[in-house]
Design a protein around this ligand. Structure first.
Ligand SMILES: Nc1ncnc2c1ncn2[C@@H]1O[C@H](COP(=O)(O)OP(=O)(O)O)[C@@H](O)[C@H]1O
Ligand SMILES: [Mg+2]
Length: 363
């Protein structure tokens, strides 16, 4: 059992300069990680993911706020009193110890009986398919095997909470996908609360029960993968989650109360909105492309086609804007072809031009 609660948590590194506040690495973090959930902290480099994880772990002090595990204040407890296990990007194995000893080390420190240690080490090694290298030293292992040793060491501890900091970043693409699938199965089997730092939206989407999307030290959205993808709370989330990236541009109200991309015939029905100008987003996979009918004004023209096999990404110029549409198969459009872009109202995302916050439109 471990529910983790962050209450208005902030971190400032270093001392404030005279008359100034210290710059905050993270601030205003308030959310609850439910017991047994797998939660990703997602955002670009420098947004405060590691800082947040280290504060949960107790490797960094918090500057203000509270962190609770199962309702108990932990932010002034030492890391080893918090019942967590950490898996880092760089594995942090002891080079002079065998794989067996690396996995057993933490248990020995905690005075777990010898036969219990042996059982746990072998069980963890079996789960992670490294039982055959228990006698080897880490330097004899591949990168993928080393990462498995680090995972096995965490599992053998049987902690209430697993913390991961970009654990797959040093693996090559194929191994990363494979290990990601195994992590998901592992979490399903163990059911322990897990907090997982990544800058990779695909990892966050595939693994998580909830995603905390962060930007510049702040929480942009806390929600399920479905919510973060289909109802992004801010323009930042909309542009960060999803590949290829969402098309986002500014549209201006027309006399008929619709919204047009300036200088084009690309006009959208957005419903009743207050603003003259709106940021509007459309995912590439939600755009239908077709050739204009006789006498119909095209919205833009094809400037490139990138076939990927099952789908093709079609690059369009629409007035001053560049636009990406993802179409099935190899597509039938040639470079230079005029196109009409079909979109569904329900698939459009609207954001405030000033605040970047999602706008809800009346019908
Ligand atoms: N020990 C430190 N001293 C001072 N600033 C730091 C320290 N660690 C991180 N920072 C700053 O805090 C911010 C967040 O960093 P970090 O949590 O490592 O981001 P992320 O893990 O998302 O890449 C960055 O601006 C970084 O430069
Ligand atoms: Mg980091």
């Amino acid at each position: 059992m471990a529910q983790i609660e962050l209450l208005d948590v902030a971190k400032a590194y270093g001392r404030p300069k005279r008359g100034q506040e210290a710059r905050k690495a993270v601030s205003d973090l308030s959310y609850v990680i439910e017991d047994g959930h797998f939660v990703s902290l997602l955002g670009p480099s420098g947004c405060g993911k590691t800082t947040t994880l280290n504060m949960i772990a107790g490797l960094e002090d918090i500057s203000s706020g509270e962190i609770l595990i199962d309702g108990r204040r932990v932010d002034d407890l030492d890391p080893d009193k918090r019942d967590l296990a950490f898996v880092f990007q760089d594995y942090a194995l002891y080079p002079h110890m065998s794989v067996y000893e690396n996995i057993a080390f933490g248990l020995r420190m905690r005075k777990v009986p010898k036969d219990e240690i042996d059982r746990r080490v072998r069980d963890a090694a079996k789960r992670l398919d490294i039982a055959h290298v228990l006698d080897a030293k880490p330097k004899k292992l591949s990168g993928g095997q080393r990462q498995r040793v680090a995972l096995a060491r965490a599992i053998a501890r049987r902690p209430a909470v697993f913390l991961f900091d970009e654990p797959l970043s040093n693996l090559d693409a194929l191994l990363r996908d494979q290990t990601r699938s195994e992590l998901k199965i592992l979490h399903r089997d163990l059911g322990a609360t897990s907090v997982y730092v990544t800058h990779d939206q695909e990892e966050a989407m595939t693994l998580s029960d909830r995603i905390a999307v962060m930007s510049r030290g702040r929480l942009e959205q806390y929600g399920s993968p479905f919510e973060v993808y289909h109802e992004p709370a801010t323009e930042f989330v909309a542009s960060f989650v999803g590949k290829p990236r969402m098309n986002i541009f500014t549209v201006v109200r027309t006399e008929q109360g619709r919204y047009a991309l300036p200088g084009t015939s690309f006009v959208l029905e957005l419903g009743a909105l207050e603003s003259e100008e709106v940021r509007v987003g459309i995912r590439p996979e939600e755009c239908d492309l077709r050739s204009p009918q006789q006498g119909e004004q095209p919205h833009g023209a094809v400037i490139g086609v990138e076939p990927l096999g099952n789908v093709s990404d079609v690059l369009l110029s629409v007035g001053e804007a560049t636009f990406m549409a993802r179409v099935p198969g190899f597509g039938s459009l040639a470079v230079g072809a005029p196109v009409v872009i079909g979109t569904e109202r329900a698939r459009l995302h609207c954001f405030d031009t000033q605040t970047g916050l999602r706008l809800r439109t009346a019908a």
